[in-house]
Ligand binder design. Structure first.
Ligand SMILES: [Zn+2]
Ligand SMILES: [Zn+2]
Length: 78
């Protein structure tokens, strides 16, 4: 059992997140500027365009290439 603290901890870096820098997405808190980014390509995300997988956040491009390579290959066929 974890004791609930007053501060949310950032899912990515584990540091406390204060309200002014916090974004809540995928059931976790994140540092809006530094940590709310695609795990793979580190591009900034917004809450409308992120993809969640195993409690991590990715941009849709990385998510498709990581977890759905067949779909990805079909779509980039020239
Ligand atoms: Zn963080
Ligand atoms: Zn990405």
């Amino acid at each position: 059992m974890k004791i609930k603290s007053n501060h949310d901890l950032c899912k990515r870096c584990g540091e406390p997140v204060f309200l002014a820098e916090k974004i809540f997405a995928a059931g976790f808190s994140w540092h809006k500027l530094t940590c709310f980014r695609c795990k793979l390509c580190k591009n900034a995300l917004d809450s409308l365009h992120l993809t969640v997988h195993d409690d991590e956040i990715f941009c849709s491009k990385c998510h498709v290439s990581l977890f759905n390579p067949c779909y990805y290959n079909i779509n980039i066929t020239k």
